[in-house]
Structures are given as structure tokens and as C-alpha cells.
Design a binder for this molecule. Sequence first.
Ligand code: AVJ
Length: 326
Amino acid sequence: MTSIADRPDAATRTAMLRDVASGLSRPQKELPPKYFYDRRGSELFDEITRLPEYYLTRTERALLDCWSGPLMAALTPAALVELGAGSADKTRLLLDAMVYAGSGELYVPIDVSAEFLEDAAAHLREEYPTLGIEPLVGDIAEPLALGDDLPAPAVIAFLGSTIGNFDPAGARRLLRNVARAMRAGDRFLLGADLRKDPRVIEAAYNDQQGITAEFNLNVLRVLNRELGANFDLDAFEHRAFYDRTLHRIEMHLVSADDLRVQIPGVGTVPFAGGESIRTEISCKYDRESLSGALESASLRMERWITDETESYALIVAARDDAEGAA
Ligand code: AVJ
């Protein structure tokens, strides 16, 4: 997964400056998680997905291994739209199954990084000569501009539990955007991490090897490089904990001491000893909270697929005015 280029354009830098200025001026300082993912951050995330503690990716992949075939055979989509064009191997499971179902015409990956998208598209065009590959540059948090000529029916996939990065209001907004882009025959395929023993969840974000800590600190490296900020990475510590009331992981960078950070274009940002920047939330769902979120966006859960430990779920949803079931 890559979201920001190592050399972002002027518009991206302006947006970053705005996000950083507003995020760091709040009582609880905050940074948007999308700034983790420069080249190094994407590599670190890749490493995270292979960690023994990080069960999410491997559980989702196992579910897709089992279910891509049956789901695609039942839905026979002409198009696959993927939000946040994620890890290539999971995409391939879906594309293989769509081609095998005999209905596939088009794959539309959506991501904010044009560079990353074009790279991935070039590979996929070689591997899937019978499919059109038409990447779309855009922020998945914004309304989807899929166009009137999207072949029907389409499956819109949002995998990797990235939905967890949105708070309930943000998730509802995103789901509404998805619902608005769907036609009656289209389906939404969502991958979501589930509520479970907090110790298991906390371990996934506090790995023994310290890769998640490196990943977390990388956002400061990005700000130093892109904005000329002077964050001292040694002055901040990784902390991740599960909030049992809000059902979410919060990731923070904690400053041990009082310090002041200079960010050109933003100004001086003071930190008191023990103060933190919240860098990510990762919300965990159960069947009820997910169907509630879907319903509030005019979507109806049609299928609920989990692994045997009910650790992770794949959900198929339709517009609530659609007929039939997958
Ligand atoms: C890519 C948002 C699903 O929340 O588990 C992994 C990112 N952060 N370890 C997640 C992440 C720390 C991941 N998502």
C-alpha cells in the first residue's frame, strides 16, 4: 500500500500543511494516518502484515482464499472497483475469481497516489490481458466518481480493515458515498477486523520486533522531509492501546519531556512532558455494529463470513432497495 509519493506535488504539500496545522493545534494533537505511507512507511506496513502478532492480513487472505471463488461465481460481476487499491496479492485472488466466473471486464483501483496506481496497473495489464484496467486517482473519503459507463454489475471492494481508520461518523459518510455510487445490482465487499480479547488486539499493534513503533514514528520522518519540520524521533515513543468503550485501538506518539518543534508554515508546536499525538485509530466491529453502520448508510448486509475464531469478517452488502440475495 502506498498513499503519498516520496516527492509529493505542491497541492499535496499544501493539503499536508493544512492537515498538520489543524491536527497539531487540537487539545489532543492528531495526525491523519495517510501520512504514514511514503515509500518507507509502505514497506514497514508490508512488514507488519507478515508479523506473527498481526493476525489481520493473514486472516483476511485466508477468507479470500476460500470465498473469492464462490462469491464471484454467485455475483458474476462485470467490474471490480477497489477502494484504496491495497495489497496486490489479495487483489489477484479477487481478479482470478472474477475472470474464472467468466463475467469480468474491468478492474478499477482507486488510490490517492497516481504513481503507485500506474505502476500496479502496468503489471496487471500484462497479467490480465482480457481485463480493462482503469485506475482512478482519488481520496476514498470523498464521494466516488465512478462514471455512468461502469459495466454492471460491479463489486466495490474495501478490504484490509481500512474502514477501522474512520470514526463512526466518518465510516457512515464513507459507506453513504459507496451506497450512492452503487446501482441496484451492485454489491459492496468489506473486510473488517472484529472485537475480541483486547490482549490479542493490543499485541497486534505492539509487536515484539518494534516494527509498528518504527511505522508509527515514520510519520514524523515524513513531516521532517516534506515540511522541513524538526521532530527529534528519539524524543517520541510509540504507544498503542485498546479503548474498550470505543472499541478501538489508538496509536500515539508520546513525548517524554517538554519540547518545542518547529514546522515551517505552521509555527512552533509545544509539547508538555507526557503529551502525545494520536496518529491512528483502528475501530473494531461486531456483526451488530457493522450491520448498524451499513443500515445507516442505506445498505443491507447480505452475507457475513468469518474465520472459525471469529477474528475477522468479510461482509457482502447490497443497497437496501435491492432485490434478492447473493
Ligand atoms: C491498514 C488501517 C488496517 O489499522 O490495522 C497496522 C494500519 N497500523 N499497524 C490497521 C496499522 C498499525 C492498519 N490498517
